[in-house]
Design a protein around this ligand. Structure first.
Ligand code: ATR
Length: 290
């Protein structure tokens, strides 16, 4: 990669950022396509956000990814946001369009692309989504546009209800909510065609946790877990062991990155290159490669 006077800078902002896979995924894509872009990560604390965005404007940084804890706060500093952001209330992608900062959220599109790439089109399905946080908001909105029915189950019922209320103005009663508990899970999973975990249950360092007991899983219920650390969560392992199809969270991470890449460059993202870069990076510490 040659960094020169014309190189466009893309950056991740958030706190922490040092373990992010995004620099690796995007630089692999830029290099493969010989694009004159580079991707770096900046640690930005919440109280420094206004100044950081001012810096983006004055340094003419081309694009940003935004991660925790800035995804909601950043909206107030942008010139425009798209319709997805208006519904989801969080931004993960920004394009600096000749001085105008435009906010997007590609999480939902990423989940949709990951499902389709795994031959799990949401069309005419009943989908059970666990969780009602930021990730769930983004994917529920995207999936509701393409599927028959969505049931959102969350530990805190009020959060699921509030999400469904927001979605109902656009999607009517095809999105419902309930409390994440054993009885309701059993009932809802019986008629489900796809299960998505958008809670953080099972994430490192709580690898032994799972949101759904193994005896509620079945061979004809595909499972998509948004958690990607570990790559194979307990939920996915148990789903696999009963013969179900599984989709790893890393796929979604790469596809949401690909959707950002396409917004920034206007070109199709090299998915396979990005996926391999992410896998290599995530496996590197285990094999001792640095
Ligand atoms: P993200 O942006 O990744 O969605 P988040 O907004 O913090 O993160 O949301 C985390 C989700 O995981 C929430 O749905 C949360 O449930 P609550 O709304 O009840 O907090 C869910 N979650 C986290 N820990 C959980 C646990 N131990 N049991 C059940 N759900 C849990």
């Amino acid at each position: 990669m040659t960094i020169q006077g014309t190189t466009k800078i893309c950056a991740l902002i958030g706190d922490p950022v040092e373990h992010s896979l995004s620099p690796c995924i995007h630089n692999a894509a830029f290099q493969r396509l010989k694009f004159d872009y580079v991707y770096v990560a900046f640690q930005v604390r919440r109280e420094e956000l206004a100044k950081a965005i001012q810096g983006v404007r004055s340094l003419k940084i081309h694009a940003l990814n935004v991660t925790m804890p800035l995804k909601v706060d950043v909206i107030q500093y942008l010139d425009r946001v798209d319709d997805v952001v208006k519904m989801v209330g969080a931004v993960n992608t920004i394009l600096n369009d000749e001085g105008s900062l435009i906010g997007y959220n590609t999480d939902g599109k990423g989940a949709l692309m990951a499902l389709k790439a795994n031959n799990e089109s949401p069309a005419d399905k009943k989908i059970v989504i666990l969780g009602a946080g930021g990730a769930s908001r983004a994917i529920s909105y995207s999936l509701a546009e393409e599927t028959r029915e969505i049931m959102i189950l969350n530990r805190t019922l009020e959060k699921a209800e509030s999400l469904v209320k927001d979605l109902s103005s656009k999607f009517g009663n095809k999105v419902r909510s309930g409390k994440l508990c054993r009885n309701l899970l059993r009932k809802e999973l019986k008629e489900a065609d796809l299960l998505i975990n958008a809670t953080s249950l099972g994430m490192h360092p709580n690898e032994d946790k799972t949101p759904v007991k193994k005896n509620l899983l079945r061979p004809d219920l595909p499972v998509f877990d948004l958690v990607y650390d570990p790559l194979e969560t307990r939920l996915l392992m148990e789903a696999k062991s009963v013969g179900a199809k599984t989709i790893e969270g890393l796929t979604m991470l790469v596809y949401q990155g690909a959707a950002s890449f396409e917004i920034w460059t206007g070109k199709k993202a090299p998915i396979q290159v990005m996926l391999e870069a992410a896998q290599e990076k995530i496996e590197a510490p285990k094999s001792g490669i640095v």
